[in-house]
Design a protein around this ligand. Structure first.
Ligand code: MSP
Length: 565
């Protein structure tokens, strides 16, 4: 049977600087969802890449005394390296300077041109190079009013207006541009939002977009003529594509849009439209207004969902390279490990809202959840299995299990059987990573509590005493009809080890290394090969007599005083 396809994308990142925590955040979240979907039976295609054209990149290159091509070729490997370090399992990595992309962009322009959606005119107005955005007089007037109300200036010392998004001075542009009849899509977009309430998520972003479109759409400049670092437009000499149009098209050119090759056409037909496109809340208008209008104009389907997450804030400010408060992901990975890093951002920042991040909090979450709870559970369980069961997963007889369940109860089995995977999967599918991690932590906490309450060390003592007594009475405990203390001990440790097996399977999309390690220590197979996570998480599947190993602590406890940052 053909698997259902699942196409997800990250924004493509500007190569004006190296990756930072913000760009890594979107990428890690996308990767976790890609891994989750793969382990739940989907045929996943996960795309990320780089936005390499435009004035901003050209200026960054000039500032470094390089050609734009030299510059992008230097920065691109830094992104690939960062994603490799964070174990991002993308299926394709697109760079907008690749010929396959240029071909698709040109094809798109020809389509729009032939369908009458494009015309030539002159743009006179303001432009923000760092944001690569045109601002209308109305937008600037609205911003000026807001600033005035806050008692803040809306103009730079030199008199130029400030950018409503990044508050840097805007440049005035007067140039011949091609225009896309965006205004013609105002009503079709509003109709689409209404018919597809899940298209823009979360709700707050949907409302923002609705009010923006409701206030009226203007036609959009889609070409530039005062510089040349972009895709040339075939029917308009001297024009290169406006960088946002170029960039948005990556989501389809990477699949093969605009190519004649049968394998490209097949891939495009197979995966488009996307199930989810992740963006930060800063670029929602491009993705929820311009992008769907572009697709409508070209006669293509729209993505199912554009999901906008919030900003990571350090000391209350959006973190960005240009503000100089961007933290290098490598420095944190050194402290937290790759798994600890991935876990922190997905667990502690509610996806969809802004989140303040700090090293103190990272260490706190890491120590509490990973070192103390999850790591400690594994080390206790594996140590006790070595000490009391000769390092083998216990063998349980159905009859004994039934009797012991009646006698002692089995809260861990109940928790798992009571829809744990359903709750976890529902949260994950709704991009509620924090909620999904909380569900897993419930089982971790329950297993730790269970160890305390069932005290295997006491059962081990009782089992030893019982065995000694049996020897003195020349009895064979194997003949005993009633469960022995040794049966109780095996039952308890089985429940703990079985929980560990399931917890690792549930954590795997977020923490692939430690989960794989836990399965290895339990003597189980490759956790990354799971294709039916729900079935894998069925209670009672842990085989008997697997050789377990103790190993080093999964997560070493961190001491804030020892950390130099
Ligand atoms: N190149 C455009 C996107 C084109 S997509 C067709 C762009 N690039 S960017 O390098 O500025 O990266 C933007 C994305 O990075 C944001 O939308 C967001 O996903 C992520 N983040 C950058 N800084 C961030 C934070 N401080 N916090 C969270 N994510 C942020 O815009």
């Amino acid at each position: 049977m053909n698997k259902e396809t699942y196409y997800l994308t990250t924004p493509i990142y500007y190569v004006n600087a190296a990756p930072h925590l913000g760009t890594a955040y979107t990428t890690v979240a996308s990767d976790a969802l890609a891994r989750f979907m793969r382990s739940n039976g989907k045929d996943v295609w996960f795309l990320t890449g780089l936005d390499e054209h435009g004035q901003k990149i050209e200026q960054a290159a000039i500032a470094e005394g390089k050609t734009a091509q030299e510059w992008v070729d230097e920065v691109a490997p830094k992104f690939k390296h960062a994603w490799e370090t964070l174990q991002i399992t993308y299926d394709d990595f697109i760079r907008t300077t690749e010929p396959r992309h240029a071909q698709g962009v040109q094809y798109f322009f020809e389509q729009l041109h032939s369908k009458g959606h494009i015309y030539l005119d002159t743009y006179q107005g303001y432009y923000c190079v760092p944001d690569e955005t045109f601002f209308s007089d109305e937008q600037l007037a609205e911003f000026a009013e807001e600033r005035q109300a806050e008692g803040l200036p809306s103009k730079h010392n030199d008199g130029s207006p400030l950018c409503p998004d990044c508050q840097r001075p805007l440049g005035y542009v007067e140039e011949e541009n091609l225009f896309f009849k965006l205004s013609a899509f105002e009503q079709p977009l509003l109709d689409y939002y209404e018919a597809n309430p899940g298209f823009i998520q979360p709700e707050i972003r949907r409302n923002e977009v609705l009010s923006f479109v409701n206030s009226g759409l203007k036609d959009l400049s889609v070409s530039r003529t005062t510089f040349s670092w972009g895709v040339p437009i075939p029917f308009a000499p001297g024009h290169v594509s406006y960088v946002w149009v170029d960039a948005l098209l990556n989501y389809i050119t990477a699949l093969g849009y605009g190519s004649d090759a049968p394998e490209d056409q097949e891939r495009f037909a197979k995966y488009w439209p996307a199930q989810v496109q992740f963006v930060g809340k800063d670029i929602i208008r491009f993705h929820c207004v311009i992008w769907p209008a572009m697709l409508m104009a070209a006669g293509l389907e729209l993505p199912e969902t554009v999901f906008a997450h919030g900003f990571l804030l350090t000391k209350g400010e959006k973190m960005s390279k240009s503000k100089g408060n961007a933290v290098d992901p490598y420095a944190l990975i050194d402290i937290l490990s790759v798994d600890g890093y991935r876990y922190y951002f997905l667990r502690d920042v509610q996806f969809g809202t802004d989140g303040s991040i700090s090293l103190e909090r990272m260490i706190q979450v890491y120590n509490a959840d990973l070192a103390n709870s999850w790591g400690n559970l594994c080390s206790r369980a594996l140590n006790m299995t070595a000490k009391y069961l000769g390092g083998k997963t216990p063998e349980l007889w159905e009859k004994t299990t039934e009797r012991l369940t009646a006698e002692m109860g089995n809260p861990l089995a109940e928790l798992v059987k009571g829809g744990l995977h359903n709750r976890y999967a529902a949260a994950f599918s709704a991009e509620d990573y924090s909620g999904a991690m909380n569900v897993v932590m419930e089982l971790v906490d329950a297993a730790n509590l269970y160890i305390e309450q069932s005290a295997p060390w006491t059962l081990a003592k009782l089992a030893a005493a019982e065995a000694e007594e049996a020897i003195s009475r020349s009895e064979d405990l194997a003949d005993s009809k009633a469960p022995t203390q040794a049966d109780r001990l095996s039952f308890v440790l089985y429940n703990v080890l079985e929980s560990m097996r399931i917890i690792a399977a549930l954590f795997a999309p977020v923490m692939p290394n430690s989960s794989a390690e836990v399965w290895k220590r339990l003597g189980l197979g490759n956790i990354l090969a799971i294709e039916d996570q729900a079935a894998t998480c069925t209670w009672g599947d842990l085989p008997a007599n697997l050789a377990t190993t103790i190993g080093d602590p999964l997560f070493m406890r961190l001491n804030e005083d020892d950390i130099v940052f």
